[in-house]
Design a protein around this ligand. Sequence first.
Ligand code: SF4
Ligand code: SF4
Length: 188
Amino acid sequence: MTFKLFMNSPAIVGLKVKTLTRRPMTIFERVYVISAFKGLLITLSHLLRNMAGLRKLPIYEYPEKPKPIPEGYRGEHRLMKREDGSVRCTSCMLCATACPAECIEIVAKDIPDPAIEKQPEVYNINLLRCVFCGLCVEACPVDAIRMDTKKVDMAGFTREEFIHDINYLVNNHPEGMSPYSIAPTEHK
Ligand code: SF4
Ligand code: SF4
């Protein structure tokens, strides 16, 4: 019923349907020999132009010369320290709560400083589950966790290698990056 009403509508009435006849494929088109040969010629032309350096493509001799990582790109996590060298994290669990992949494990311990109260005894991030969304960094109220290490080429032979513990995270500060949360060079 609905179809008939649609076909009888004023906008449709009067339109002509043009029928196209499809040209039958030749024998060469059906065996795809010429098409495959054309594809190979295109590939060969790209190869020759690249070898002759006509395109000036950016070539990175990875891993000796890794590709530059843009600012703000999220890489491996690092835990920041206070200026006295202690870990800045207060075990508030906000990062673990915000993490959609549930890959942060924190076990808190009491410390005598009443201004801080707690620090992590265990702080593990399972990078095999992490989706690098950065929500843990956003959630942290004390700038204790960052993902600005620019380490993105992670590889390993065992699953355990991808579980970064607190010792790894507090020392995961690449050259030129301050391990301290408040540093004049980082806060412009
Ligand atoms: S980047 Fe996202 S998925 Fe990874 S630990 Fe942080 S919140 Fe979780
Ligand atoms: S890293 Fe930040 S958000 Fe996560 S537990 Fe420590 S202080 Fe809280």
